[in-house]
Design a protein around this ligand. Structure first.
Ligand SMILES: [Zn+2]
Length: 138
């Protein structure tokens, strides 16, 4: 059993940094860099630290579409607000179209990182943290 002096990694940190939701120590993907595009979505079958299965059932990650959609909408909203205050958007010129182009380019640029984050969020919905994962002897 882990003793209490060991710090438990937080849920938010574990999700944002793409770590296994079961032990919060193992990394979800085979490569650290999401922009190594050949390996962006490659995941080991099980967690290298606790042995948690990463594909809980066939097609498990189809559900990430919902998460990805919500994140893209959120990103677009934040991008609009940032563009509005930093550059300015007016209904009297073409600035809304310029923002659309900027938003599209940014969405494409961040896509590898967003896809990984969507998987990390998705698996965190279904796998709960177990501080005693080592005792379970997986
Ligand atoms: Zn793990």
């Amino acid at each position: 059993m882990k003793n209490n002096s060991e710090k438990t990694p937080g849920l938010l940190h574990s999700v944002l940094s793409n770590h296994c939701p079961h032990c919060r120590e193992g990394y979800l993907f085979t490569e650290r860099n999401p922009y190594n595009l050949k390996h962006t979505m490659k995941m080991p079958e099980t967690c290298p630290v606790c042995g948690q299965k990463f594909e809980l059932e066939p097609g498990f990650y189809f559900g990430t579409g919902y998460v990805s959609y919500a994140m893209s909408v959120l990103f677009t909203g934040l991008c609009f607000i940032a563009y509005y205050f930093l550059v300015g958007i007016s209904i009297y010129d073409n600035s809304i179209y310029k923002w659309l182009v900027v938003n599209g380019v940014l969405l494409i640029a961040f896509q590898p990182a967003l896809q990984r984050l969507a998987r990390s969020v998705w698996i965190a919905f279904f796998v709960k943290y177990d501080p005693n994962y080592k005792v379970m002897g997986v």
